[in-house]
Design a protein around this ligand. Sequence first.
Ligand SMILES: [Zn+2]
Length: 354
Amino acid sequence: MALTIEEWLKGLPKAELHVHLEGAVSPEALIGFAHKYHLDMPTQKEVLLSQFEFVDFSHFLRIYLLISTCLREKGDLKYVAREHLKQAAEQGVLYSEVEWTPNTLLKNGISYRDQVEGLVAGIHEGEDAYGVTMRLIPDVIPGEGVEAASALLDEMEVCRRDEIVGFGIGGPETDYLVEDFRGVYARARDLGLRTTAHAGETGGPEAMWEAIVNLKVDRIGHGTGAVKDERLMNMLKESKIPLDISPTSNLRLNYTKSYSSHPIRGFYDFGIPVTLNSDDPALFNQNLLDEYITMYREHIFTTNELKKLASASFEHSFLPADLRDDYLSRIASYPDFIGEPRTARLQPAENLTL
Ligand SMILES: [Zn+2]
């Protein structure tokens, strides 16, 4: 019997390259932490979920930081890492590159070393239990200053682990000078890490130029602001700098009006490498599989194009070449979708505006 589109997309091997650990903690786990630490936050699921109706980015950040206060012990990190891998397996996600913000958790009294040990223990348990691989990208909030970022790199240098593959920055794009972080990024590269930066989400193309020219990033988180700068679009295409796109995140935080007006299709047609991501699945109530299903249901990508996007998610990962190629061969041998009629394509011109 032919598979439904949901079954086919679930079976399609996928990687997620842009997901935040703090934004992936399930409401049930958050309520558990609220009880455990007697936190001042809702302990009824409906009330908690009602807090996730975001009016703007600063509202989102407040909730994000509230969630960060729940993670206080090594065991908490182990639990959420393992939970993330369980959720990944349920969606047919085989590999997940997860960002988290160590300096924020440090304020809860948990050292960087304990954070890493907890996460790595959860990764090992989750990999054994669910067959999904997870790697880590510590990130910093640049508004906290270069010194805080340097202090994190000091810790990372002392406490090196193979599971840590990258370094990034996230948060508001306007309250710091990107060029101040040049040295921090150079040092991260010297430690053998790949690099990424949130840019072109809350800010425009300028932040993306800065990330590319000054920070020399391997990938850009979001990057939707590129639509306002054709020279930048050409540069992204020619330099093959991938954008981690999270359509639902952009929609919920009011950076795009609808899925059909999101620039992902325009970027794809223009030849800019893009991948699909959930960003903060628990906060947006939409996981990576849902993003793929939505792109099909909203007539933005065909099933064959979604297969190419799944391949792109491994191609642009920070995996070593042999593992990456192994995943890619699994996608190549995955049967094409048969059953429902193909989705119609939008015209590129329709979605190169925000
Ligand atoms: Zn993000």
